[in-house]
Write a protein that binds this ligand. Structure first.
Ligand SMILES: CCCCCCCC(=O)SCCNC(=O)CCNC(=O)[C@H](O)C(C)(C)COP(=O)(O)OP(=O)(O)OC[C@H]1O[C@@H](n2cnc3c(N)ncnc32)[C@H](O)[C@@H]1OP(=O)(O)O
Length: 359
C-alpha cells in the first residue's frame, strides 16, 4: 500500500510483483527502465571492477525499505546483496558516516513532494553505528511552507539515535542574485590515476616495507562504492607536514543516469564524507590516530549535478584544536559550476607515531 500524506499519494503504487522496497527506490529514480550504459567516459569499457554497471549506491545502499509511513530501514539492502548488513564499513568498524547521512536524506526525500529539491542538511553523529545490525530511519515532518519544506530524521539502532539530521527542501526558484567562486585549475580526470592504480604503483616498489604492503593491500581490497583520482598525492613514503588542503576527482562507482536530483544529492551525501576528515590531519604526520570520528556534517546543494560523473572535491581544513578539526569542501562540476558545499567537524585522539620510514 503506497504511503500517503494528507491524502496525496507520495509513492507510486508498487506494480504487480514489485516489492514495496523497490517501489521506493523508483521514487528517487526518474524511471527504473533506464538501461545500464558503458562508463561516462564513453569508452565502452566496463567499470573498473567488472561490477554490475548500475551503481550499488542506488541499487542497494540507498535503497531503503518502507516499514510504515515515515519509517524506513536499510535491512532490505542486507538481504539482496551483501553478507553483512551494510555494503562497506571502514576499518574503524563504525558505520561510515556518509552512508547514514545519505540514507537519512533518502528517508526525508520520500516524505516531500516530487517538485521540491534538497538544498541543505545539517547532522550530528551522536553514537557510533553498529555494523552488525540494520538502521531504522524515522522522519518527522517539521513544516511544509509554500516554497520550503523542513524534515528531521533520526537514524536509530538498538533503540537509540546514532544520527540526527535536519534537511530542507525548496521549490525551483529563479533569482537575479547569483555568484560563485572560480573553480581551481587542476589536471583533468583523464590525466590522473585512480586511487587503485596509485596503490598498485606503490605496491610495485621493491623497497616498500611489509607493513605498508599489508596496509595498502587491505585498502585495495575494500569495496568502496566510490571512485577517486587524487591530485598531487603525497609520495606515500614522505613523512612531511603537508598543507591542510587536498583536491581529488570523485564519483559514484557505476552508472546512475540523469535520474532525479534528490537521488544524486543522496549519493553526494555518501561521497562527501569519504576521505574528507583526513584533510585536517595532513599537517600532523608526526602523530598516529588512536580514535577519529566525524561529529557533524553539513551540506548545501547549489546546482544540478550528476554524482556518477567526475566532480572535483576541493577540501581544506582552516583549523584544528581541542581534539577537534574543522574541514570544508566544495564539489565542482567539470564545467566549473559549484554544485555542493560541505563542512564537518571531527574528533581526533592521537599519540606520537614512531618515526619509521615506509621504505
Ligand atoms: C577513509 C575511511 C572513512 C573514515 C570515516 C571517518 C568519518 C566517519 O565516518 S566516522 C563515523 C561517523 N561518526 C560517528 O560515528 C561518531 C558517533 N559519535 C560518537 O561516537 C560519540 O558521540 C563521540 C565518540 C564522538 C563522543 O562521545 P563521548 O561519549 O563523549 O565519547 P568520548 O568520551 O570522547 O570517548 C569516545 C572514545 O574515544 C576514545 N577516547 C576518548 N578519550 C580519549 C583520549 N583522551 N585518548 C584516546 N582515546 C580516547 C575512547 O575509545 C572512547 O571510547 P570508550 O570510552 O568506549 O573507550
Amino acid at each position: 500500500m503506497a504511503a500517503s500524506s494528507g491524502g496525496k499519494k507520495l509513492l507510486p503504487e508498487p506494480s504487480k510483483g514489485t516489492s514495496a522496497a523497490s517501489a521506493h527506490s523508483s521514487i528517487l529514480r526518474k524511471s527504473s527502465s533506464e538501461k545500464p550504459v558503458t562508463e561516462a567516459t564513453g569508452s565502452g569499457s566496463k567499470s573498473s571492477r567488472n561490477e554490475d554497471l548500475h551503481s550499488v549506491l542506488v541499487t542497494s545502499v540507498l535503497n531503503l525499505e518502507r516499514l510504515d509511513l515515515d519509517l524506513y530501514s536499510n535491512e532490505h539492502s542486507n538481504r539482496c546483496t551483501f553478507t553483512g548488513t551494510h555494503h562497506w564499513v571502514p576499518r574503524s568498524r563504525m558505520l561510515f558516516g556518509g552512508q547514514i547521512v545519505g540514507q537519512a536524506l533518502v528517508a526525508a526525500a520520500m516524505s516531500v513532494s516530487e517538485n521540491i529539491y534538497a538544498h541543505s542538511l545539517h547532522c550530528y553523529f551522536v553514537r557510533a553505528g553498529d555494523p552488525k545490525v540494520p538502521v531504522l530511519y524515522q522522519v518527522d515532518r517539521i513544516r511544509d511552507g509554500k516554497s520550503f519544506s523542513v524534515r528531521s530524521v533520526k537514524a536509530i539502532q538498538h533503540g537509540n539515535p546514532i544520527l540526527i539530521c535536519q534537511s530542507s527542501f525548496q521549490r525551483k526558484m529563479e533569482s537575479p542574485i547569483h555568484h560563485q567562486f572560480t573553480m581551481p585549475v587542476v589536471p583533468s580526470p583523464n590525466e590522473l590515476l585512480t586511487q587503485e592504480e596509485l596503490i598498485q604503483k606503490y605496491l610495485r616498489d621493491p623497497a616498500l616495507t611489509e607493513k605498508y604492503k599489508v596496509g595498502l593491500t587491505k585498502l585495495l581490497a575494500e569495496e568502496v562504492p566510490i571512485e577517486i583520482k587524487p591530485i598531487n598525492p603525497p609520495e606515500y613514503y614522505r613523512r612531511v607536514a603537508l598543507e591542510s588542503k587536498q583536491h581529488f576527482w570523485v564519483r559514484a562507482r557505476g552508472y546512475i543516469g540523469e535520474g532525479n536530483m534528490k537521488l544524486h544529492c543522496c549519493v553526494a551525501a555518501y561521497i562527501s564524507d569519504y576521505s574528507f576528515l583526513r584533510t585536517a590531519l595532513l599537517p600532523h604526520f608526526q602523530y598516529k590516530v588512536k580514535f577519529m570520528a566525524s561529529l557533524d556534517h553539513s551540506m548545501w546543494f547549489h546546482a544540478p549535478f550528476r554524482s556518477d560523473e567526475w566532480m572535483l572535491y576541493e577540501c581544506e581544513s582552516p583549523w584544528a584544536g581541542s581534539c577537534r578539526g574543522l574541514v570544508q569542501g566544495r564539489l565542482w562540476k567539470q564545467d566549473g559550476v559549484l554544485a555542493v558545499s560541505c563542512a564537518q567537524e571531527g574528533v581526533f585522539y592521537v599519540k606520537p607515531s614512531a618515526a619509521e620510514s615506509k621504505l
